[in-house]
Design a protein around this ligand. Structure first.
Ligand SMILES: Nc1ncnc2c1ncn2[C@@H]1O[C@H](COP(=O)(O)OP(=O)(O)O)[C@@H](O)[C@H]1O
Ligand SMILES: [Mg+2]
Length: 289
């Protein structure tokens, strides 16, 4: 009963000193006062060092809002965000920039053109965050090559611009750039959603391999199948609220919330747990009742 309750409606977690990300009671609204719309309500989530947490939910459930708020791009109307022990709630633009520059938190977006500067070569893009941190030039060059290999890209691409790469190559560069400083936390918002299935599988494998490096990942996707193989824990967002959080295996094999059951039942890659059409219709009716 207690575990069920914990997974049904995650209670505000007590402040965990060791967490790399601690979000408590997050509320986000959009729009002017008279037409305010709620995008997130009372979201609490804590991410441990080196942990991969998947956040899943349908389009419009608030996933990108969560990512953007944690990255300081959207201001919450309530709640507390602690990143690497720093309460970033009152941070202004400059403090946020400094936090990102120190390499505490990095990001990968669905469209790599949003996370890469179109005028920087692959080499410049990857070495920039290292040089900003004061890593000596030669060491930075070595590190860039190491990470290029980790994302399975050839050194021949070092002098290319993002516009001269394929979508899959660009997203690998974004992943390498986010990880090259070995940050404490990387937020990935739909990192594989725009890729073909071969690239998707390869990048998911790369993310899985990189988990061991000690960087915590928040991996956001509308596709439970993508998250399932990578995440240690899965958090389910439904209409702006976290309705279920648990170990990935538990959430997939024994989903508690009706919406999670529907998601699991609809994921073609989780066929073993896949519900038949009648069951899905039944769950959908329950959800919209
Ligand atoms: N900049 C914005 N201004 C107003 N409403 C927004 C803005 N961004 C998102 N929303 C709304 O907030 C809700 C959550 O959106 P979003 O976080 O993008 O969801 P997701 O990433 O899960 O698809 C949606 O109803 C969306 O229309
Ligand atoms: Mg989104």
């Amino acid at each position: 009963m207690t575990t069920e309750h914990a997974r049904q409606k995650p209670a505000a977690t007590p402040t965990d000193e060791s967490a790399v990300l601690e979000v408590t009671g997050l509320d986000v609204h959009y729009g002017p006062r008279r037409r305010r719309r709620r995008a997130l309500h009372d979201v609490s989530l804590s991410v441990a060092p080196g942990e991969t947490v998947g956040i899943i939910g349908e389009t419009g459930s608030g996933k990108s809002t969560f990512a953007r708020t944690v990255l300081g791009l959207v201001r919450p109307s309530a709640g507390r965000i602690v990143i690497g022990g720093e309460d970033v709630g009152a941070y202004g633009t400059r403090q946020w920039r400094r936090l990102r520059r120190r390499g505490v938190v990095q990001y990968v977006f669905q469209d790599p053109l949003r996370s890469l500067d179109p005028d920087l070569t692959v080499e410049e893009s990857l070495s920039e965050p290292l040089l900003i941190q004061g890593v000596p030039r030669q060491e930075a060059a070595d590190r860039v090559r190491t990470f290029l290999a980790r994302v399975q890209l050839s050194e021949d691409l070092l002098d290319r611009l993002p516009g001269e790469l394929s979508g899959g190559q660009r997203q690998r560069v974004s992943v390498a750039r986010a990880l090259v400083t070995e940050p404490k936390l990387v937020i990935l918002d739909e990192p594989v959603s725009a890729l073909d299935s071969a690239n998707r599988v390869q990048i998911l494998q790369i993310l899985k391999d990189l988990r061991a490096a000690g960087t915590a990942l928040v991996f956001i996707s509308h596709d439970l199948g993508s998250v399932a193989g990578v995440a240690d824990r899965i958090a389910v967002l439904y209409q702006g609220e976290l309705v279920e959080v648990g170990a990935a295996r538990d959430v997939i094999t024994d989903p508690r919330h009706v919406y999670t059951r529907l998601l699991v039942g609809s994921a073609p890659t989780l066929r073993t747990a896949s519900a038949d059409r009648a069951e899905r219709d039944r769950l959908r009716a329950l959800l919209h009742a």
